[in-house]
Design a protein around this ligand. Structure first.
Ligand code: HEM
Length: 425
């Protein structure tokens, strides 16, 4: 681990942009200038570890192509550093070896497992959850404003943006609400597992937190066997127990962990990043006040402009070609979602935050192809309900001191967003 990190550091020092994305602290604070540096080097840029791209068309094509894979079929002839990491046993280099979840499983297994949960996250199922999400938002806003006073300070992320999606996913999955604080804590360490090039203490914290969450989940499965209910987790446990071969224990566990973690760790950033953007662009907030029908589009624009998931990657399963670029079997291509979402070939004046942007929904913030975010409809609904309720309740909401970023690279968002609430409506 240390040797690989040193090598990435060395490459970054030599100006390798892919390596800098992995290791440079500036790229955490503000990745967007790095994407523009990459863009100026070409549509596909060679890096020590991989190919990397901020091109919208190439990103879309790679993510949709059956010639690329995520895990199990990853070929043994992968290049340099990736090979070393593969030999060490992990599917993704430089990060803790998580159990293979949907995100790192290829067809046909991917299809078999994803099928088990598609219905629960369909647009129809999510529409039914809207009313309950509004109730949760209202009650969290009540708590946040308790004590009154127009100068009351609060932290939008800690007291609201993290708790709203956490509550909704815990209720959907049938996970006990009193565990919410633990989930959030474990989820924070777990979120590091998506990043490459972690320092050793972060690596250890991440492993420990994932282990703790997995232990809790296994115990919870036993509870659900004794007392089944109509939750998603209970139906998965039943599917596992009833039909041998339908799901392995590892698949059951990692699917449950992914659903919980994705529910906890991503939408918080959509609401947090959105709050920050609207506070710093009062003209855009004004437009939403004047025309609330713009809200769904505004959520897409937030996802485009400051994407909660900044990158993903694929490995070529065979020699292939994307948009005329030959890619050798085994090559890793890092698709920089946050950079593709600023591609001027698709988005006019891409660095402008514009809630009325006509093609905002062409962003790739939820990826593309077979791994397209299962929770996209849920996240968009929560984002819209959450942001609207916040700005409706506190029309004078103001920033109150510098926000603090989480410090993760794949997931981009704030740990803390201090505000003054102002008068409640
Ligand atoms: C997959 C983004 C919320 C569940 C993904 C991927 C992205 C993404 C980019 C695909 C990664 C890849 O192609 O390698 C987001 C964003 C969210 C969000 C930006 C919030 C704003 C959620 C929520 C859930 C969820 C609320 C619900 C539990 C999943 C699952 C997958 C996934 C299960 C794996 C799908 C597969 O591999 O087939 N998400 N997500 N996500 N997401 Fe989300």
């Amino acid at each position: 681990h240390g040797a690989v990190r040193r090598e990435v550091s060395r490459q970054a020092g030599k100006g390798d942009l892919g390596a800098r994305m992995i290791i440079d602290p500036e790229a955490v604070r503000d990745p967007y200038p790095h994407y523009e540096a990459m863009r100026s080097q070409g549509r596909m840029v060679r890096s020590a570890l991989s190919w990397t791209t901020v091109d919208h068309e190439i990103t879309t094509e790679v993510l949709r192509s059956p010639d690329f894979c995520v895990g199990m079929r990853m070929p043994e002839n992968a290049p340099g550093l990736l090979k070393a990491a593969l030999r060490a046993g992990g599917s993704w280099p430089l990060g803790p070896a998580e159990p293979p979840s949907l995100l790192s499983i290829d067809p046909p297994d991917h299809n078999r497992i994803r099928k088990l949960v598609t219905r629960s996250f369909s647009a129809k199922a999510i529409t039914r959850l809207r009313g309950r999400t509004e109730e949760v938002a209202t009650s969290l806003l009540d708590d946040m404003g308790a004590g009154g006073g127009t100068h009351r300070r609060a932290d939008v992320v800690e007291q609201y943006a993290s708790l709203l999606p956490a509550t909704v996913i815990a209720e959907m999955l049938g996970a006990p609400l009193e565990m919410r604080e633990d989930f959030l804590r474990w989820g924070e360490g777990g979120a590091y597992s998506l990043d490459m090039g972690l320092t050793y203490p972060m690596f250890r914290r991440s492993e420990k937190d994932i282990d703790a969450l997995a232990d809790w989940m296994d115990g919870h499965f036993d509870d659900l066997r004794r007392t089944p209910n109509d939750s998603i987790l209970s139906s998965l446990v039943q599917a596992y127990d009833e039909e041998e071969g339908r799901l392995t224990h590892d698949e059951l566990l990692s699917l449950a962990l992914l659903l919980l973690a994705a529910g906890f760790e991503t939408t918080v950033n959509l609401i947090g990043n959105g709050t920050r953007l609207l506070l710093t662009h009062p003209d855009q907030l004004e437009r939403l006040r004047a025309d609330p029908s713009l809200w769904p589009n505004a959520v897409d624009e937030i996802l485009r402009f400051d994407s909660p998931v900044q990158r993903t990657g694929r490995v070529a399963a065979r020699d292939t070609e994307v948009c005329g670029f030959p890619v050798k079997r085994g090559a890793l291509v890092l698709t920089q979602l946050g950079g593709a979402n600023r591609d001027p070939a698709v988005f006019t004046d891409p660095d402008r935050f514009d809630v009325g942007r006509e093609n905002a929904d062409r962003h790739v913030a939820f990826s593309q192809g077979i791994h397209y975010c299962l929770g996209a409809a849920l996240a968009k609904m929560e984002g819209e309900v959450g942001l609207r309720a916040l700005f409706d309740r506190y029309p004078d909401l103001r920033s109150d001191g510098p926000p603090e970023l989480r410090g993760t690279r794949v997931l981009r968002g704030y740990r803390s967003l201090p505000v003054r609430l102002g008068e409640a409506r």
